[in-house]
Design a protein around this ligand. Structure first.
Ligand SMILES: Nc1ncnc2c1ncn2[C@@H]1O[C@H](COP(=O)(O)OP(=O)(O)O)[C@@H](O)[C@H]1O
Ligand SMILES: [Mg+2]
Length: 235
């Protein structure tokens, strides 16, 4: 497929000798909102880690921003417009909110997202600008993680289980935020186990089991679509 921001084709990936991803293919085009769902341990984070070069790519193709990465490296994805909000958020403890944001700009591209622009999207971060990032609540840390990703001016953000451990009211706020980010033109790949969030944010989905994609299709705003998606994550 041409014009994809991210394209994995028949990817096999390993940690050492542990073979985790098997002939996995997926793609995300400009402006799309795509979900990647599946139970714990199926390899969702390994997809992210393969793009970042943390898991090793042994077969297949990874294309980021239209370029084939023969040996993906952590800094390359951001240079080509794909930025990760990692599972567990990884806010840097001894940096302030603002310093965490500036860190996001270091590896990325130039563009419309600046500290003031992020503060406009997340006014609470302006209020907390000079407090340590880890002093924020879980929901605020997730906003900071998204703000930090935006600072790299990505064409695509990969969100790895952004609502894990957060209260339902915070999940609702994040759904609005993800939709606002998408409306401003940034594509999203949302890795999630919360299917009501998937239904509210994603236009289509990939479902994984045992290190590969087992189903994909549109996400419809219907009860049936929600039940079909939930079947992919219910043990
Ligand atoms: N660093 C690692 N070394 C070896 N195996 C790993 C490593 N990280 C994850 N795994 C294994 O890879 C599989 C997929 O893990 P992961 O991609 O984290 O799944 P998910 O994100 O879908 O929960 C699991 O069996 C997990 O135990
Ligand atoms: Mg994971």
């Amino acid at each position: 497929m041409t014009g994809a921001l991210l394209e994995l084709e028949q990817v096999d990936a390993f940690y050492g000798s542990a073979h985790i991803l098997h002939a996995l293919s997926l793609s995300v085009r400009a402006g799309e909102r795509v979900a990647l769902v599946g139970r714990n341990g199926v390899g969702k984070t390994t997809v992210v880690n393969t793009i970042l070069g943390i898991a090793s790519l042994r077969a297949g193709t990874v294309r980021v921003g239209g370029r084939t990465l023969a040996r993906p490296r952590t800094y390359q994805a951001a240079q080509h417009g794909v930025v990760v909000v990692p599972q567990g958020r990884r806010i840097v403890a001894n940096l302030t909110v603002e310093e965490n944001l500036l860190l996001g700009a270091a590896t990325g591209r130039k563009g419309p997202w600046t500290v003031p622009a992020v503060y406009q999207l997340f006014p609470i971060l302006r209020e907390r600008a000079h407090t340590p990032g880890t002093a924020l609540s879980g929901g605020q840390q997730q906003m900071l993680a998204v703000g930090r990703a935006l600072m790299a001016n990505p064409a695509l953000i990969l969100l790895d289980e952004p609502t894990e451990g957060l209260a339902p009211v915070i999940v609702d706020q994040l759904a609005d935020i993800f939709n606002r980010v998408a409306q401003q033109g940034t594509a999203l790949l949302l890795i999630e186990q919360n299917m009501s969030l998937v239904v509210r944010v994603a236009q289509r989905y990939y479902a994984m089991a045992k290190g590969t994609v087992i189903a994909h299709g549109p996400v419809l705003n219907s009860r049936q679509s929600l039940l079909d998606l939930e079947a992919h994550v219910t043990v």
